[in-house]
Design a protein around this ligand. Structure first.
Ligand code: FES
Ligand SMILES: [Fe+2]
Length: 396
């Protein structure tokens, strides 16, 4: 019997092969160094949401350890969001004196000697300017920029101020697939984050398949979701798929039934799916749960009717990753909807605790060197594609 005949994704994407995948890229310092230099410093990375920049002067200070810097993102008087290294042009002090944070100001004042920059990064004031020499010009000494562009309200940055590819071109069809989803209406936010002692790919892989649901999530989602993924599409380094519920669907508890009745609360709520762009749940199947997309390299977007959620896995070191999971709802209009959201976000929090609980132990076990390869099954195709996409940058 030709077993491969049953393997829908291996047949659909034969160039990805079926071999075991080496674990070395998850534990090798040398591979991590190359990921940093050849991948993360050369692609667009998501750094925020447009709602975080409510008006001119709104800023966010964001550490970017994978770029060896911290950036200031700020909305200028012209309403454009720009990004700059948090490094003073005089002698390199931090301009915003913090590790991270948010605020609103008309200018940025370096506390060391008082150089001042406006929200467009231009140097506007230099105490005792007459003591400097002819080689110094204010206009050449603004803050050092990074590139910033926005896709569907997600703010992305590129370390190169003149990136070789626009964000739109970088995302390509993976971006157009989501056009029309009302991300901008869903501004009620619940977020969780922590630093995990594992490689960023170990963390991301745990969110890139449904094979683990019946075991890891036996408590949160008993018998709720099918273990297979469907509607897989690969777009260059990006990828997407869909998760469906089982035929029976999750058996709601009394409190889940109440939450489902009162509002759009949870990925485990069965029912009609209506506001999705046409390529997501294209058959309008009522068992559709949510879309699972990986926008390369490290940003996951999941959409369904009435809510979306994201994950990001920011590498800090070969064995250290900042994970952040965020759920977005439409602002609740009444107490029932608020209750429904709280139910949904707490359920999701529990599931994310179940997911993240595996990661540090997995990394430690891989680091032992006991196993050189991992065996991926057909419905772990997103993970298989992920390792190839990273390797294309690292060894390309
Ligand atoms: S280092 Fe910033 S003003 Fe001197
Ligand atoms: Fe999970």
């Amino acid at each position: 019997m030709n077993k491969l005949a049953d393997h829908v994704w291996a047949r659909t994407f034969p160039n990805l092969g079926t071999d075991p995948v080496p674990v070395d890229p998850c534990i090798s310092d040398e591979y991590f160094h190359r990921e940093k230099e050849k991948l993360f410093k050369r692609v667009w990375l998501k750094v925020g949401r447009i709602e975080e920049f409510s008006g001119p002067g709104s800023w966010k200070l964001k550490p970017m350890p994978i770029w060896d810097t911290t950036i200031i993102l700020v909305r200028g008087n012209d309403n454009r969001i720009r990004g700059f290294h948090n490094t003073c042009s005089h002698r390199g002090n931090r301009v915003i004196w913090a590790e991270e944070g948010r605020g609103r100001s008309r200018s940025f004042f370096c506390h060391f000697h008082g150089w001042t920059y406006d929200t467009q990064g231009q140097l506007t004031d230099v105490p005792q300017e007459e003591e400097f020499f002819d080689s110094f010009k204010r206009c050449d000494n603004g803050l050092t920029p990074v590139a910033v562009q926005v896709w569907e309200g997600f703010v992305f940055a590129h370390l190169d101020p003149q990136p070789p590819q626009s964000l739109e071109d970088f995302l390509g069809e993976a971006g157009t697939r989501y056009s029309g989803f009302p991300f901008g209406e869903m501004t009620a936010v619940y977020s969780y984050r922590t630093v995990l002692n594992c490689n960023w790919k170990v963390a991301q892989d745990a969110f890139s398949e449904a094979y683990h649901v019946s075991t890891i999530h036996a408590g949160s989602f008993p018998d709720g979701f099918a273990a297979k993924i469907w509607d897989v599409e690969l777009f260059g380094p990006h990828r997407s798929s869909a998760i469906y519920m089982t035929e029976k669907g999750p058996k709601p508890t009394p409190v889940a039934s109440l939450a489902h009745r009162l509002g759009t609360s949870s990925i485990a709520k069965p029912g009609a799916r209506t506001e999705l762009p046409p390529r997501i749940n294209p058959r309008r199947d009522p068992t559709f749960a949510f879309d699972l997309a990986v926008l390369f390299p490290n940003f996951l977007v999941h959409v369904m009717d009435g809510l979306y959620f994201t994950h990001q896995f920011e590498p800090i070191a070969v064995d250290k990753t900042l994970w952040e999971g965020i759920q977005y709802f439409r602002p609740p209009q009444n107490a029932g909807e608020r209750f429904s959201h709280e139910y949904g976000q707490v359920l999701q929090r529990n599931a994310w605790l179940e997911d993240t609980a595996t990661m540090e132990a997995t990394h430690a076990a891989l680091k032992s060197g006991a196993k050189k390869f991992m065996h991926l099954q057909d419905h772990e195709i997103l993970i298989r594609h992920g390792y190839k996409a990273v390797d294309d940058y690292v060894n390309g």
